[in-house]
Design a protein around this ligand. Structure first.
Ligand code: ADP
Ligand code: MG
Ligand code: ZN
Length: 490
């Protein structure tokens, strides 16, 4: 159910862990006073520190640490009071120091989780760590294709070098490409709520690498994984993983072994290609950066940061349960999605039955928007109009069956339910006199059915009610019809 490949090959299980990098939108870089920039002329936002000149010394950006703590708290992590920057040593031309300042065994946050709404269930995904590092510069490969293998030469732009970067690593708890996509959406929503990054996927402010492996359902040990790079949209994340899962299943089914490697997703061919054999942590010769002091994060400061956090999904969920008496399941559905929760709360400003609002959002409304691939907010139905529709159902002005067709019309052209109902004459008939006329007609034209009913076949009344509904185009008030017809037949 949860996974296409599981549908096909019930015996295999998909295991995914994501490593997400988020560029913080602080005013200045992680270890120097250079401003962050995007799209400026190359190498105009640099200084001796972010260019790695000899003798220059890094200074920690406090705001970036504050934002890292915010993120870690929002992901339910334990904050490490003692946290340290390490050097991760490797050479690449986009990195002037030959090492990246990162964190290793003492990251800012550990052992968190995030609850992800997959639609029909909630998946709790463990967060192994949240750590702080610096971004690299950018290489531009000059040639007809922009690819390194076909370039005449490459130039380097260090404007991005030293931008504060947060890495968020999940446990291997994700069980399908769809869950991976939903996790990314949820994580991005949380980061947007925290206002710590612009979270632009196109500009690469948030990007994920996906580790994926396949195992037999009955195996307790995880399979050999590959790491997929370049999954720079929600769609590519899911597509790249779909492809990779199938590739691994094919390998295993043919009796071969998956090789641990780093692979690149190519969106044109929608396939993944081997990039390199995977390096191990010890290859990087991590050691504490001697130029930076270890940090002691004060409990008071952490509590202060905690108090500035906006209401996060977990707290919302609790509030919905207590305030609106929603079930665990409904509260979680409404609270774990930014779009749902704001639509839900907005509608409740005009209409006060939370359960009914939740049912409509999860039912017809979700069906329509999913089919079109849009969000609640992008739909033409305003919370106020949804609320008036629900009020009209409650007051008996329209039947719930008619409400469905009114809803469809609201969805298609954005009109208010009042407009649609008066234009189409859909008002429910609750006038007893008017209904009696129709009921009498139906009774007199169905003598056989009446006979059956009187001889004890009580189900025959269903047919009569059906006829009455048909004659009134579904507008008859069903409660009233029931009452009148029973009286007449008794
Ligand atoms: P590395 O430091 O080599 O990248 P980590 O142990 O930090 O490795 O794991 C990186 C990511 O890979 C994590 O998100 C983790 O959950 C995931 N992961 C680890 N083992 C597997 C596996 N066998 N299958 C899928 N994902 C895995
Ligand atoms: Mg990794
Ligand atoms: Zn600088």
């Amino acid at each position: 159910m949860e996974n296409k490949s599981q549908d096909l090959k019930n015996e295999y299980e998909t295991v995914i862990g994501l490593e997400t990098h988020v560029e913080l939108s602080t005013l200045t870089k992680m270890f120097c006073g250079c401003r962050l920039s995007f799209g400026e002329p190359p190498n105009t936002y640099t200084c001796p520190v972010c260019l790695g000149h000899p003798g220059s010394l890094p200074v920690i950006n406090k705001k970036a640490i504050e934002n890292a703590v915010k993120i870690a708290l929002a992901l339910n992590c334990t904050i490490k009071e003692h946290t340290v920057f390490h050097r991760k040593n490797y050479f690449y031309p986009d990195m002037p120091k030959n090492y990246q300042i990162s964190q290793y065994d003492l990251p800012v946050g550990i052992d968190g989780y995030v609850d992800v709404n997959i639609g029909s269930y909630i998946r709790r995904i463990g967060i192994t760590r949240v750590h702080v590092e610096e971004d690299t510069g950018k290489l531009l490969h000059i040639g007809s294709t922009g690819r390194i293998s076909e370039a005449n030469y490459s130039i380097v732009d260090f404007n991005r070098a030293g931008t504060p970067l947060i890495e968020i690593v999940t446990m291997p708890d994700i069980k399908s490409p769809e869950e991976a996509r939903q996790y990314m959406i949820t994580l991005r929503n949380i980061l947007i709520m925290l206002n710590v990054s612009d979270c632009s996927m196109e500009e690469g402010s948030i990007r994920s690498d996906a580790n994926v492996s396949i195992k037999l359902v009955t195996d307790s040990k995880l399979g050999t994984r590959t790491e997929i790079k370049n999954l720079n949209s929600f769609k590519f994340l899911q597509k790249g993983l779909d492809y990779e899962v199938q590739r691994q299943i094919d390998i295993i089914k043919s009796g071969r072994k998956v090789v641990q490697q780093t692979r690149h997703y190519d969106s044109k061919s929608q396939t993944t290609k081997a990039l390199r054999e995977k390096e191990e942590a010890h290859d990087y010769r991590y050691f504490p950066d001697p130029d930076l002091v270890p940090m002691k994060l004060d409990t008071d400061w952490i509590n202060e940061i905690k108090s500035t956090l906006p209401e996060l999904p977990s707290a919302k969920e609790k509030r919905y349960k207590e305030l609106y008496r929603l079930s665990d399941y409904d509260s979680s559905l409404m609270a774990n999605d930014l779009e749902f929760s704001s639509y839900f709360e907005e509608t409740l400003k005009y209409y006060n039955d939370a359960k009914t609002v939740c049912n409509w959002i999860m039912g017809d409304f979700s069906a329509y928007i999913n089919k079109e691939g849009i969000t609640l907010k992008q739909s033409k139905i305003s919370p106020e109009n949804l609320a008036s529709l629900l009020k009209m159902i409650d007051s008996g002005e329209i039947s719930s069956k008619i409400a469905k067709s009114v809803f469809e019309e609201m969805y298609t052209n954005g009109s208010s339910p009042g407009e649609i109902i008066s234009k189409k004459g859909l008002k429910q008939i609750s006038d007893a006199g008017e209904l009696e006329k129709v009921i009498d007609e139906v009774i007199s034209s169905n003598p056989d059915v009446i006979k059956q009913y009187k001889s004890g076949k009580s189900k025959a009344i269903g047919f009569l009610i059906g006829q009455i509904m048909r004659k009134t185009q579904g507008k008859a008030n069903p409660g009233l019809v029931n009452e009148i017809i029973l009286k007449k037949l008794s």
